[in-house]
Design a protein around this ligand. Structure first.
Ligand code: SME
Length: 156
């Protein structure tokens, strides 16, 4: 299987999950598990959701992680305040990167924006420098678009 085939399969798995279950907690738990299971060479995949003006750890797969990330801080916080996807080739070159796991070397953070409101991020980490390319970016944006069709982020 090519990476592109894997990522198409990842979207099919997500659609299957979201169309068969209404509960947002179950859906987001399995969404994190689908990314972690399908994407190789990653060590963490999960959500940070904005609550009381800070990012709070949501459903994830991987080692225990930072509970809170302040808006504007770290890669996740920057993605929120700039409302911009962050694809970081080498996290050690990103000033302010928050190292939840010292094994992480690259990271991609997709902002979750629905009807112009930002609700949080999908964050994925890898121990490999330059792990995330335009291909991963393309499919992870589609992944979040699909989540947006089903998840009521304000109630998660
Ligand atoms: N590295 C992130 C913090 C979250 S952990 O990677 C799970 C950051 O700099 O925002």
């Amino acid at each position: 299987m090519t990476n592109e085939q894997k990522y198409k399969y990842m979207l099919i798995l997500l659609e299957g999950q979201l169309s068969s279950e209404k509960n947002d907690l179950a859906n987001l738990s399995n969404a994190a598990a689908i990314v972690k299971a399908v994407m190789d060479r990653i060590n963490w995949a999960g959500f940070y959701i904005i609550r009381e003006n800070t990012l709070v750890l949501g459903m994830f797969q991987g080692l225990p992680a930072c509970n809170r990330v302040e808006l504007g801080k770290g890669v996740c916080g920057a993605a929120v305040t700039e409302k911009k996807l962050k694809r970081i080739e080498n996290v050690h070159d990103f000033i302010g990167h928050i190292a939840c796991d010292s094994a992480t070397n690259s990271e991609i953070v997709i902002p979750i924006i629905k009807d112009d409101v930002i609700y949080g991020v999908l964050d994925i980490d890898s121990p490999y420098i330059g792990r995330f390319t335009e291909l991963e970016e393309e499919y992870l944006v589609k992944f979040v678009d699909k989540l947006n069709k089903y998840i009521d982020w304000s109630k998660v």
